[in-house]
Design a protein around this ligand. Structure first.
Ligand code: PMP
Length: 440
């Protein structure tokens, strides 16, 4: 769908582990934070399969090439960021133009023209009559901005978050990370202590029961100023809540005078079949976080808020209480403007809905009997397997056949698929045949 970007099936010319990649992995092990080497070793031990990475050298559309010339189909879209495809020509041109003209401005003092244009565009996209926007570099930045906004506006420090939820690993969002206790444990003493977790409801659960569970977690606490939720659990395993839950949660927030923060870093901008999944599901969040797809591969994120809520930032002492050297960097803003143009002009959310629904049906037919579950929303698709070890082994076998997928789910039993929204059905058919063969 990207003009001039052909979509190709995988072609492995150098079986893994391939020589050039392996040499680079050795350098990586010497130079990189040991957490990643340790994770590779643990995954290898758990699954009985190697877990050395391939080293990416080039990408275009839905394809990635490694340093040994192997061609892959990227079903992760680089953690969802390459929603319009890798190196979408319109994005590359916009960034090239911006690079030649102005790479960096003076952020919150003297902004670039491009930053002004992006702020205006995002304010227009926001589902509020009057919106204000804060820019950041990562999804975690956007969530941090939303959490701070809620604390300022409500003067209550507490957050109700959901088990299985993932919002990034900076200190603010980390405190609300329901995805993995070990992520939080070493830093507990440095985290917001006013956080409670409610269970994330699965499709099929009655909405009343799901809301009762939230109320139970909330209890009689009066310190909760924000409810933070992913409209569909992403890293937590592609879990969509029951229809009507987000709207009911929103009403509960209104009753208890808390702000609803929709973390649409993964679900937003088309991935789950709507420009904003929470709004599509009937909620009217006070704050919305965007990231990943927004920059089409460049680091840019945004927190959109109702003007009345954002007014809390109007510090009478006149300080810019939340800022950063690179917030609103012109290159990221240029990429975001081009990405939004592609997403909106091609109505990629409609494509995600249609192709995603077909893909889940197709997977269910091909492999439904051999897996625990196939689920998701739009092109956020999860295939739940019997064990974490089986998932890791499959991730590796798929990589060896040229398919890039990542493991997900709170217990690591989900193959997590977030392909570019422009992916052709034929490519997904190829993947599902390869997976069926491996599962046979
Ligand atoms: N929120 C959600 C829903 C996410 O999926 C992620 C990233 N996986 C984040 C926040 C954090 O984004 P980043 O890694 O860019 O900080």
């Amino acid at each position: 769908m990207n003009a001039g970007t052909e979509q190709l099936d995988p072609r492995m010319i150098a079986p893994l582990p391939a020589a050039r990649g392996q040499a680079l992995v050795e350098i990586l092990a010497q130079a990189e934070c040991p957490a990643l080497t340790a994770r590779r070793a643990r995954r290898a031990e758990l699954s009985g399969a190697a877990h050395d990475p391939i080293v990416w050298s080039r990408a275009a559309g839905v394809n990635v090439w490694d340093t040994d010339g192997n061609r892959y189909l990227d079903l992760s879209a680089g953690f969802g960021a390459a929603a319009v495809g890798h190196g979408a020509p319109a994005v590359v041109q916009a960034v090239q133009r911006q690079t030649e003209q102005l790479m960096h401005a003076l952020g919150d003092v003297h902004p670039s023209e491009t930053k002004v244009a992006l702020l205006a565009r995002l304010a227009q996209l926001a589902p509020f009559e009057d919106a204000r926007v804060m820019l950041g570099l990562s999804g975690a930045d956007a969530v941090t901005a939303a959490l701070k906004t809620a604390a300022l506006h409500t003067r209550r420090p507490g957050v109700l978050a959901f088990r299985g939820g993932y919002h990034g690993l900076e200190y603010g969002p980390l405190a609300a990370c329901g995805y993995s206790e070990p992520f939080r444990a070493p830093f507990t003493a440095q985290l917001n202590p006013h956080v409670v977790f409610a269970p994330y409801p699965r499709a099929g659960m009655p909405v009343d029961a799901a809301i009762s569970a939230v109320e139970l977690a909330w209890g009689t606490r009066d310190d909760i100023g924000a409810v933070l939720i992913e409209p569909v659990l992403g890293r937590g395993g592609a879990v969509a809540p029951p229809a009507g839950f987000l709207a009911a949660l929103c009403a509960l927030c209104d009753r208890r005078a808390a702000l609803l923060i929709a973390d649409e870093v993964l679900t937003g901008l088309g991935r789950c079949g709507a420009l904003l999944r929470s709004v599509h599901d009937g909620a009217h969040p006070h704050l919305i976080c965007l990231g990943k797809a927004l920059g089409a591969g460049l680091p840019v994120s945004a927190c959109l808020g109702q003007a009345e809520v954002m007014a809390a930032w109007g510090d009478p002492a006149g300080e810019a209480l939340h800022t950063g050297t690179f917030f609103g960097n012109p290159l990221g803003c240029a990429a975001a403007l081009a990405a939004l143009e592609l997403i909106e002009s091609q109505r990629l959310w409609e494509r995600a809905e249609r192709v995603g629904a077909w893909f889940r049906r197709h997977l269910a037919q091909q492999i439904g009997a051999r897996v625990v579950d196939v689920r998701g929303a739009g092109l956020l698709v999860g295939i739940e397997l019997g064990s974490g070890a089986q998932t890791l082994a499959l991730v590796r076998s798929l990589l060896e056949r040229g398919y890039i997928v990542v493991p997900g789910g709170v217990d690591g039993r989900v193959l997590s698929l977030t392909p570019p929204l422009v992916i052709e059905q034929a490519r997904l058919e190829g993947f599902s045949s390869a997976l069926a063969e491996l599962l046979a």
